[in-house]
Design a protein around this ligand. Structure first.
Ligand SMILES: [Zn+2]
Length: 199
């Protein structure tokens, strides 16, 4: 899935179309909100693709603010703070293996493709527990239930496939990339798009 941003009255090829996948889009729009809140607040929901956007004048203004941030060090500072913040985030315990790095599987000796994990947990509970940057979630592992081994099946303990045996997983925020080049490309699009819609 991605965000397709269409120029409404493009001045040239550069203003026709800009695309980021969802992982790239989120930090880019967050940065826009950081440097130009008075402009981004005119976009009702910058994180959904329901066709919201800015008109030509405001798109140009946003391009100007972004380019200024590239020149005057605002972007460098923001990037550095963000990098430090990401580095400070704790590794979260791997939910698949109770943070042990190992999982036990039951396999059907007659049907090698038939298998199940020895522990089950409630996915919803696991998701609710997960910490986010709004302070929700307790960061705890969910409750586990031991699954009964079907008669005649084999039991095998292996390295956890969810964390490659480390017992920990990266914080979700680390999945969202951000860089100068992307900001520069977006600014170029904005300056030439004649207004845009996020679809
Ligand atoms: Zn694991």
């Amino acid at each position: 899935m991605g965000m397709d941003v269409f120029g409404q009255d493009p001045k040239n090829k550069k203003g026709e179309y800009f695309r980021n996948n969802v992982w790239w889009w989120r930090p880019l729009w967050e940065f826009c909100e950081f440097v130009a809140p008075e402009l981004t607040s005119m976009v009702e929901n910058g994180y959904s693709n329901d066709g919201d956007g800015l008109d030509e004048e405001d798109a140009k203004e946003l391009a100007k603010v972004l380019r200024k941030s590239l020149r005057d060090g605002t972007l460098d500072n923001y990037e550095q703070t963000r990098t430090e913040w990401l580095a400070s985030l704790p590794i979260r315990p791997c939910v698949h293996c109770q943070a042990t790095g190992k999982r036990t599987w039951y396999t059907n000796p007659n049907e090698p493709h038939e298998y199940k994990a020895s522990l089950s947990y409630d996915l919803m509970e696991a998701m609710m527990n997960e910490k986010d940057n709004e302070g929700n979630g307790n960061g705890q592992l969910p409750n586990y239930t031991l699954v009964e081994k079907p008669e005649g099946w084999l039991e095998e303990t292996k390295e956890c496939n969810g964390c490659e045996g480390t017992g920990g997983q990266q914080h979700w925020a680390k999945n969202y990339p951000f860089d100068k080049k992307n900001v520069r490309e977006f600014a170029t699009f904005l300056a030439n798009c004649g207004g845009f819609q996020i679809c």
